[in-house]
Design a protein around this ligand. Structure first.
Ligand SMILES: [Cu+2]
Length: 491
């Protein structure tokens, strides 16, 4: 009897293990974040920058207590970083040399007479080599909730946000690594003042505004903005345009396909429940239009979406409605396959991720999630998703040698433990995410041919497709199993 029961349990456990292997698994990290992880960026050192500033905590703001920490996911250790201004609600993007511009932030919290926050002109550059912030010139316009997009020439286009008078700005600027210069406002008649607008750099150098934003107004339709000619081509067809606050949009992998997926969203003021709808647009078309995509398995806003090295997209976390309308997290995650435009269910996370949460791809192929800000508290736990591609039981491909510096159009030998079994080599931009917004997230497919000792990879021509900077290079085998990333600097 005992033996039979033991066998039954073993069979059951085997079944559970099989199901788990198909869905991946989540694990809460043994150490919580020491700071309110509202802004999260993966540095090319492999460490993770966690930026709180005052961390949505008015008492800390008033005390001048601003925090940043560096998490090393390999040693699971944290290093405090002196933070010279309130980086809470700043915007950020990597410079071509791998340093992170952190622009704007908070100069005041809401008052009795004005419920808006006030932005700051302050900007700093985080240097991963020195593990410290270096002062940058002030921007001309103060910004709270701005977006920073890297252009193909490596300059950082910065737009949006509330200024020091707590008013939405139309004034845009460009940071060239040394100084700021003004860029023209969006065309007349285009009220382009969203906060944390999601803009995706297209192969032709124009910027696609997906409709995803925070503290939303739907008064600006999705469209393609040529910031040089200053023209704006509307992109029609998005479903539920008024429910794209705290949605997330992603340039679908590979970036060569020039398609964008927008998923979920709601209303920050809590006046409506979140949506489960998605829309997809093919921006290669001369007159692109969104078409409905497959729905999420649950309505959600505060969506986190992360490009994975196997050219799929994980979406996770979120809530059924605004945190202002109650604490209603959803514990769900799915993976989108752009080859079939379908979602697959994966294991559900266990930690709630609502307003001020974030998720990033780690260099080892796992995904880490951070933060979340229900009214009156903050989620400090870090939870890590191990995708099914790391649970196949087969050996991972390994990159044993390769270049550090690569250039557009160049071909490079990679030493790998497999050659003909590899099906793709890709570059993935390291995350710099906040508020469901990471305009610079992308995966670029490399040319790849087998060699005697590995593969030869070719970087595509054109810096708009692969803006200059540091990328994670992964090779992926025929079972979809990625290597650990090899960092390369693209110029
Ligand atoms: Cu915020």
């Amino acid at each position: 009897m005992r033996g039979v029961r033991g066998l039954g349990l073993a069979a059951l456990l085997a079944l559970v293990a099989t199901v788990g292997a198909a869905c991946g698994s989540w694990q809460v990290n043994s150490s919580p974040s020491p700071v309110n992880a509202i802004h999260v960026a993966l540095l090319h050192t492999g460490k993770v920058l966690l930026v709180a500033g005052s961390g949505a905590n008015k008492a800390d703001f008033q005390a001048g207590t601003f925090r940043t920490s560096i998490w090393d996911p390999e040693s699971n250790t944290f290093q405090a970083v002196s933070t010279p201004w309130d980086a809470f609600c700043s915007g950020h993007a990597f410079l071509p040399d791998g340093r992170l511009l952190v622009a704007g932030g908070t100069s005041d919290y809401p008052t009795d007479t004005n419920l808006n926050y006030a932005g700051t002109k302050q900007a700093f550059i985080f240097d991963p080599e020195q593990s410290k912030y270096v002062a940058a010139p002030d921007s001309a316009v103060a910004r709270w909730y701005p977006t920073v997009v890297e252009l193909g020439d490596g300059r950082l286009f910065t737009l949006g946000g509330f200024n020091e008078n707590r008013v939405r700005t139309r004034n845009n600027e460009i940071f060239d690594g040394t100084q700021w210069s003004p860029s023209q406002p969006a065309p007349a008649g285009m009220p382009f003042t969203p906060t944390y607008p999601a803009l995706h750099l297209l192969r032709d150098g124009r910027l696609f505004y997906s409709g995803a934003n925070v503290l939303g107004t739907s008064s600006t339709p999705p469209g393609i903005w040529d910031i040089n000619a200053n023209t704006y081509q509307k992109v029609p067809g998005i479903t539920k345009p008024s429910l794209r606050d705290e949605s997330m949009s992603v340039l679908l992998p590979p970036a060569q396909d020039q398609r964008v997926l927008i998923m979920g969203g709601g209303k920050t003021d809590g006046s409506a429940a979140a949506t489960d709808t998605t829309s997809i647009v093919d921006l290669k078309q001369p007159a692109p239009a969104y078409v409905p995509g497959p729905s999420l398995d649950t309505p959600k806003m505060y969506v986190s979406a992360v490009i994975l090295p196997d050219s799929t997209v994980l979406e996770t976390g979120g809530a059924l409605t605004s945190v202002k309308a109650g604490f209603s997290p959803v514990y769900s995650a799915q993976i989108f396959d752009p080859k079939t435009d379908t979602w697959s269910k994966v294991a559900d996370p266990t930690v709630p991720r609502v307003y001020h949460s974030a998720a990033i791809l780690l260099p080892d192929g796992r995904v880490a999630t951070f933060g979340g800000n229900p009214v009156g508290s903050f989620e400090m736990r870090i939870e890590i998703f191990t995708p099914a591609y790391l649970q196949t039981g087969t050996p991972r491909p390994t990159i044993t040698s390769g270049p550090t510096e690569v250039t557009y159009g160049g071909s490079y030998p990679l030493g790998t433990t497999q050659n003909t079994a590899l099906t793709s080599a890709v570059l993935v931009r390291p995350a710099a995410v906040t508020h469901s917004s990471d305009s610079n997230q992308r995966l670029v497919k490399l040319g790849m041919t087998p060699t005697a000792n590995g593969v030869s990879v070719t970087v595509p021509a054109g810096s708009n497709l692969t803006p200059p900077g540091w990328y994670m290079l992964f090779v992926v085998d025929r079972d979809g199993v990625p290597s650990v990333a090899h960092w390369v600097h693209v110029t």
